[in-house]
Design a protein around this ligand. Structure first.
Ligand code: ADP
Ligand code: ADP
Ligand code: ZN
Length: 214
């Protein structure tokens, strides 16, 4: 299956993506994770993305589209893929459409996880991420067994710099202005599935699987 996971920052896209790809055996393509990894490694891509990410703005479309294009061409995407956090602008969605056409692929569904603002802010403020494997935790809802240590790989868990203070508000405003229009875009394409995100992780996953007929 060729899927997109959409939703505002903190909605639970990454959390659901990890569970879904395990079940569906398809690659998880998170542009946010790709950028964070590049920043950590100090690559050219990382340097390009850094300033935008730290201030809660979107990385320019041409840069983002470029990395997704390369990724989707890789052979493991032949069995399907789950895009998480891409597209985030109408320009990216149009580019993706063109690219999938070139690659002879179709989207099966766009899953839009809906969560109210107070909960989004709570989820972002408490989010912890593993530096090594990108596993996601929450100080309150899903804390690592040992404080500061990833359950999966033993790596160090940290709070993302963009999950604090004014950057959270900025990212929500950027979502409203640039990403929310994609809901209408994919509705018109007949691909949109709304998912109630204000539920326990397991209940959200069950709703997603059910909506996909799995
Ligand atoms: P969240 O999970 O909170 O929605 P992500 O990890 O997906 O955040 O993204 C973190 C940051 O990486 C974004 O604020 C943005 O700067 C950058 N980014 C990720 N995906 C994209 C994209 N598709 N287009 C532009 N910038 C992106
Ligand atoms: P996104 O990728 O959409 O930004 P994440 O999957 O990183 O969102 O989740 C944001 C935060 O909320 C994380 O700390 C995660 O552990 C937590 N979280 C995710 N889903 C739920 C849920 N259904 N209920 C409570 N907390 C959740
Ligand atoms: Zn880890």
């Amino acid at each position: 299956m060729n899927l997109i996971l959409m939703g505002p920052p903190g909605a639970g896209k990454g959390t659901q993506a990890v569970l879904l790809v395990k079940q569906l055996q398809i690659p998880h393509i998170s542009t946010g994770d790709m950028f964070r990894q590049a920043m950590q490694q100090g690559t050219e891509l990382g340097l390009k993305a850094k300033g935008y990410m730290e201030t809660g703005q979107l990385v320019p479309d041409e840069v983002t589209i470029g990395i997704v294009k390369e990724r989707l061409k890789q052979t493991d995407c032949q069995k399907g893929f789950l895009l998480d956090g891409f597209p985030r602008t109408v320009v990216q969605a149009e580019a993706l459409k063109g690219l999938l056409g070139e690659l002879n692929k179709n989207l099966d569904a766009v899953l839009n996880i809906e969560v109210d603002r107070p909960n989004l802010i709570r989820r972002m403020a408490g989010r912890l991420v593993c530096r090594q494997c990108a596993a996601t935790y929450h100080v309150e809802y899903n804390a690592p067994k040992q404080e500061g240590v990833c359950d999966v790989c033993g790596g160090e868990v940290y709070q993302r710099a963009d999950d604090t203070g004014a950057t959270v508000e900025k990212r929500l405003a950027v979502y409203d202005a640039q990403t929310a229009p994609l809901i209408g875009f994919y509705q018109k394409e007949g691909l949109l599935i709304n998912i109630l995100g204000n539920q326990k992780v397991e209940a959200v996953l069950q709703d997603i699987l059910q909506s996909l007929g799995i």
